[in-house]
Design a protein around this ligand. Structure first.
Ligand code: GLC
Length: 791
């Protein structure tokens, strides 16, 4: 028996083997059913139900259920059953239910505590042993330390106003619940995902520093165990299991401006015009709740009289409009959306199950669509069409935990029944799925209406797998320095939890920002996947120009840099789409065997080439930066540094410490005022010295779904550049698409002399600038392989 937060878990025990298959074994005790499966050589599943059989309901998180056969040896001896693959082994003790996952060399990835895997009435629990050096990362969106070891966190989606740990240190839950973590032991990574959307409580070594205790309020123990040993292997498998993000429209990588609220159409147009007048690039303007008629979803109120005309005027200026869409439907008998919803019987019922539950959100008394049911999602999609027809380009799904002002629990009563696609579920089981299913309604609805246009959906709430439907932002942060630092760590942990496309409100949402905080926030966010400035009602303005010309000029410079980096960023988005590889990465993604890099939660990588070390302290004009092994170059000055040590980076207010990995290839383009203002026909290929640079060049049309049927182009670019010689190779492009690139401008950084170049053995002119140590050349793009030699 194991005691945890007052709950006693009765262990599974005295198991009998019932069935052994090629990849799985089924065992049973008088009360429990256990199945261990090797889904892939490095992915195991341990499933336990307090019943004679398992639930037949499909998972909401898992999108891959069929796995190819592979060699698995299943043996039973000495009271143990063992599943062995070419990568490792999962063993289960038949006497006490203790289980253990090891790699082939016997290194333990996870080891359960004896007698601590089981059930108490309906509550399920698992306790694992933590080793002295073990770190725990991931867990989706949580506050608190970067390394989650030592925290207690509750996985229960909740609307929290202001979650900076300095303001709210005891906060256990946030908007998104992802019961997935990566454990790092001695530089070896393994992953654990408990697929159970019920309320989970994880005590990761807080109550007992050697134990990691987890409970779920109901449902099965359903653990997916990933062997690694590379962090990248774990995330690749996790995102294979739960799905990867679709390609967003390219404009979603651009700068986005929001506030609660631009209350009139006039103000929105004025803001848009200011961007263009001031030549500050911007792609998206958001309409927060004041655009609606009395907060009635899918409507426009008096202050937005002709929304269609507004959208088309903004579109002519190159702006996309994203509107907020909250789930609560105003309980107004004359409201047509409500009337149609009632016809669909769309709303969640009250705990007695006889009438709709009525809660309270922005519109006042409101009903909540039961997004876990298909006809409701389809109806919602049809309602959403009205916005698409008016020219709205994307949907901002907010308050979808769901938030409810009517109760102290801030959400629906736990006993409200949901009539879902897979049968009846109490709200307590459906709660964490609600936001994700709303996002699904939004994405699938948009696709049903315009099947060949990439939807853009941003969601506040989610559960594992939400990345298939939406990106997430981290909700109501605060304009405080601590939150700038917290944001980095939240994004990194989200990024390795399947949510590669994530970000937060630049400048901070709650309270008034300051010019310095806004600038430092802009500098950091320039290198994060989502790039949106947003603030609360009644706070001071924080558009890039709000604090006068000096702040404006620095903001402009960073927004411009963001647009220059678009080709690099877009390539990273395509990697995230195809492999689940994060866009923004913790240092341990590339240096997991380096404990200093692993702990460096105030630095991050953008792709494998750029390392960002944001300034997160008021008044700071320098900071210590850890450079992992290898060679590094200061992005701004070109200065070379040897790695595996700390350096003191200079950071006056206009500068964020930014480093380039030796051997990096970073494609950049000219500044545009918005994505696709002009075709990117000239690509600047910045190449830094260091052996074996590699870049996967990717192009598609940036807006349609044609990429899903092969309409894209790829090309491998490799380099090995030393100080005074080098070689660059562009492979023959593959894929159906013709490249838009007309000119490759090769920009060799950190070289000390004028290099002569030959392309496919023909001499080409080069230009050398002694002051900057840059040697450059221009090549017309061709569809054949291109080999550039430099001497
Ligand atoms: C919530 C959102 C915030 C939004 C506000 C009003 O607090 O998190 O971003 O501005 O609601 O809609």
């Amino acid at each position: 028996m194991s005691k945890f937060n007052g709950a006693t878990v009765k262990s599974i025990g005295q198991l009998q083997v019932r069935d052994i298959g090629s990849q799985a074994a089924l065992v049973q005790s008088s009360r429990d059913t256990v199945q261990i499966t090797a889904l892939a050589p490095d992915l195991f599943r341990l499933r336990i139900a307090r019943a004679r059989s398992f639930s037949e309901r499909p998972s909401w998180a898992v999108s891959k259920t069929e796995w190819p056969a592979h060699v698995t040896k299943i043996t039973q001896s000495g009271g143990e059953i063992v599943l062995a693959t070419e990568k490792g082994r999962l063993s289960l003790n038949l006497k006490n239910g203790q289980w253990k996952l090891c790699d082939l060399h016997g290194n333990v990835a996870f080891d359960s505590l004896a007698g601590a895997t089981g059930f108490q009435v309906t509550k399920a629990g698992v306790t694992l042993k933590l080793t002295a050096d073990e770190s725990i990362f991931g867990l989706g969106e949580t506050t608190g330390t970067y390394n989650k070891r030592g925290l207690i966190r509750e996985l229960w989606n909740i609307d929290v106003l202001g979650h900076a740990k300095a303001i709210y240190p005891g906060l256990r839950s946030l908007y998104v619940s992802i019961p997935f973590v990566i454990s790092l032991r001695q530089g070896s990574a393994a992953g654990l995902f408990w697929d159970n959307p019920a309320r989970q409580l994880w005590d990761i070594g807080q109550t007992n520093q050697d134990n990691w205790q987890m409970t779920a309020a109901s449902g099965e123990i359903d653990l997916y165990l990933f062997l690694g040993p590379e962090v990248g292997d774990v995330v690749a498998r996790y995102t294979e299991l739960t799905g990867r993000m679709p390609m967003p429209p390219m404009w979603a990588l651009g700068y986005q401006q929001c506030r609660y609220s631009y209350e009139t159409a006039r103000r929105t147009e004025e803001v848009a015009k200011t961007f263009r007048d001031k030549k500050i690039p911007c792609d998206v303007i958001y309409l927060d709740i004041h655009h609606m008629d009395g907060y009635r979803v899918f409507t426009f109120g008096k202050t937005y009289p002709k929304p269609g005309q507004l959208m088309s005027r903004l579109a002519k200026k190159g702006f996309k409009v994203v509107t907020i869409v909250d789930p609560g439907v105003k309980d107004d008998p004359d409201f047509n959306v409500l009337k149609r919803g009632l016809k669909e019987n769309a709303f969640v019922k009250d705990p007695q199950g006889r009438k709709d539950y009525v809660g309270r959100v922005w519109p006042g008394r409101s009903r909540f669509p039961d997004f876990l049911r298909r006809n409701v999602r389809e109806w919602w999609g049809r309602e959403q069409n009205k916005l698409l027809e008016l020219g709205v380009a994307g949907f901002w799904n907010d308050m979808n935990e769901p938030a409810n002002f009517a109760l102290p629990t801030k959400t629906l009563p736990e006993k409200c029944p949901h009539h879902t696609d897979v049968g009846l579920m109490p709200h307590s089981d459906a709660h964490n799925l609600y936001g994700m299913q709303m996002a699904r309604a939004s994405r699938e609805g948009a696709l049903a209406h315009q099947p060949n246009e990439r939807p853009f959906v941003i969601s506040r709430a989610g559960y594992a797998g939400v990345q298939r439907y939406a990106m997430v932002w981290t909700g109501d942060n605060s304009s405080v320095w601590d939150h700038l630092n917290d944001a980095i760590q939240m994004f990194l942990n989200l990024s390795i939890s399947g949510l590669a496309f994530c970000g937060g409100d630049i400048g901070g949402f709650l309270d008034n920002t300051t010019p310095e905080l806004l600038l430092r926030w802009f500098q950091m966010a320039t290198f994060t996947p989502f790039y949106r400035n947003h603030t609360n009602i009644k706070t001071i303005d924080q558009e890039p120009w709000a604090f006068g010309p000096k702040v404006e000029a620095i903001c402009r410079r960073y927004i411009e840099l963001r647009y220059q980096l678009l080709p690099y960023l877009y390539g990273l988005f395509s990697e995230a789409h195809r492999n689940g590889t994060p866009i923004m990465r913790p240092l341990f993604w590339h240096y997991q065997d380096d404990p200093v890099a692993t702990a460096a939660g105030d630095q991050f990588m953008l792709g494998d080439s750029l390392m960002v070390a944001p300034i997160v302290r008021q008044g700071a004009v320098a900071r210590s930066v850890y450079l992992p092994r290898g060679e590094w170059f200061d992005f701004w000055t070109g200065q070379k540094h040897a790695g595996a040590r700390h350096v003191l980076a200079d950071a006056p207010i206009e500068k964020i410490p930014l480093y380039v990995r030796g051997g990096a290839i970073i494609p950049m383009a000219a500044v545009q005022q918005f994505v696709d203002q002009k075709p990117l026909t000239t690509i600047n290929l910045h190449i830094w010295p260091g052996a074996n640079g590699a870049l996967n060049w990717y192009e598609d049309d940036g807006v349609t779904m044609n990429y899903t049927s092969g309409d894209y182009l790829e090309r491998q670019i490799t380099s090995s550049l030393e100080k005074n010689s080098g070689r660059i190779h562009l492979s023959v492009p593959t894929g159906r698409r013709a490249s838009k690139v007309k000119i490759w401008r090769v920009i060799l950084r950190g070289v000390s002399k004028h290099l002569r170049a030959k392309t496919n053995n023909r001499p080409v002119a080069t230009h050398f600038d002694q002051l900057t140590n840059i040697c450059s050349l221009e090549l017309p793009n061709t569809n054949s392989g291109m080999e550039i030699t430099l001497k």
